[in-house]
Write a protein that binds this ligand. Structure first.
Ligand SMILES: Cc1cc2nc3c(=O)[nH]c(=O)nc-3n(C[C@H](O)[C@H](O)[C@H](O)COP(=O)(O)OP(=O)(O)OC[C@H]3O[C@@H](n4cnc5c(N)ncnc54)[C@H](O)[C@@H]3O)c2cc1C
Length: 343
């Protein structure tokens, strides 16, 4: 893919989930040179798809719900591009969409012509007199980059950790603002979600109900053959996930398999033979205590924050927060600096 810029970026965006991609593509449309970093190997964030030789699973959100006009418009444009599909029955003002063929595909059109670097984990952000310096690791090697402005879309507690304490030393640019910001961010809370990814040799059916003391949701993935499929996904509820937060993935996978077996009705899950079993921990799955406001932008520091920890704790909230940040940045910062950036 051809990258659009040969000059150094005007804005570094951390995160290639929904919020990061909406910010990056929105700024790019305004003529800003953007560089996106994500620690994962691919885009999507919590709208991701796990692909392995034995199959694939949408192990984060299975779908997104749109009730606002703006989010529906985005999803309809993604549907026209063939990367989204309607799912389930519309419920009142809500329309549900999932990615086609998987959730990872949902965000593909947003990445068009964006400069993105994956497997780049940012470990520290320092405000300088020129803007921002980001430091991180890519496959065990350290890297540094800088830009006049920075947008971080990592979940609130992760963003707080990245804004390292050195920023608060006396005389450092924006020290007071950053100290206050870090303390506000530390109040954001998320609930975790342990998820097990199961694959059977033969298609398996499941009886209901799904929810119990351990399980929140059970979802089939890929080929339904009269309600049967080889791939299943078990999401533990937030309380169970919290209690087992630091347990090993192998132990959690076994316990979620056991919980699944309480629901497999005919016990044909055993008969079908388990082919593979993995567990994934979402430490920051759903935001339970968000911040007030729709996003955060400090024009003096040129620091922006957006994500599902503002407004509403879901995909629509992440989108709304990102869109508001783009409007704020293009209105204030770009309005003032448009000439400089265009040069
Ligand atoms: C199991 C589960 C089920 C869900 N179900 C639903 C649902 O049914 N409906 C719904 O609307 N929402 C659901 N959600 C929530 C929804 O997925 C999120 O609200 C939404 O995807 C958040 O988008 P975001 O861009 O704000 O954050 P994210 O998608 O988390 O994006 C943040 C990105 O930042 C990157 N990042 C973080 N730290 C660093 C770092 N140090 N360096 C570089 N990159 C970094 C991450 O890798 C990630 O890609 C669910 C989530 C989970 C986990």
């Amino acid at each position: 893919m051809k990258l659009i810029h040969s000059r150094s970026p005007d804005v570094i965006v951390i995160g290639a989930g929904l919020a990061g991609l909406v910010v990056a593509s929105g700024l790019q449309r305004s003529g800003v040179c953007v560089q996106v970093f994500d620690k994962s190997g691919d885009l999507g964030g919590r709208l991701a798809t796990r692909r392995r030789s034995e199959g694939r699973w949408d192990h984060g959100a299975p779908c997104v719900e749109a009730s606002s006009e703006a989010f529906r418009k985005l999803l309809e444009s993604l549907r026209e591009a063939g990367s989204a599909t309607l799912t389930g029955e519309p419920a009142g003002a809500l329309t549900r969409y999932s990615g086609a063929p998987d959730m990872r595909a949902l965000l593909q059109p947003l990445r068009e012509r964006l400069a993105m670097k994956f497997d780049h984990e940012i470990q520290g952000l320092t405000a300088t007199t020129q803007g921002w310096e980001v430091r991180g690791q890519v496959r065990g090697k350290a890297f540094v980059d800088q830009a006049p402005a920075l947008v971080c879309t990592a979940p609130g507690p992760q963003s707080a950790r990245l804004l390292v304490a050195e920023n608060e030393a006396a005389g450092a640019p924006g020290a007071c603002v950053l100290r206050e910001l870090r303390s506000r961010l530390s109040a954001v809370r998320y609930s975790p979600c342990w998820t097990a990814l199961l694959r059977f040799e033969q298609p398996v059916a499941l009886s209901s109900p799904y929810a119990d003391a351990v399980i929140d949701r059970v979802r089939p993935w890929s080929m339904h053959e009269q309600g049967r499929t080889r791939h299943w996904l078990v999401q533990a509820n937030s309380q169970w996930s919290q209690t087992h937060l630091e347990a090993s993935a192998a132990d959690v996978a076994e316990q979620l398999l056991e919980a699944w077996r309480q629901h497999d009705g005919s016990a044909d899950g055993q008969a079908a033979g388990l082919q593979s079993l993995r567990a994934h921990r979402w430490r920051y799955a759903r935001c339970s205590e968000p911040l007030d406001g729709e996003c955060w932008w400090d024009p003096a520091l040129r620091l922006g924050l957006a994500g599902d920890w503002f407004v509403e704790p879901d995909a629509q909230g992440a989108f709304a927060s990102a869109q508001t940040l783009v409007e704020t940045m293009t209105g204030s910062w770009l309005g003032a600096d448009a000439v400089a950036i265009a040069q």
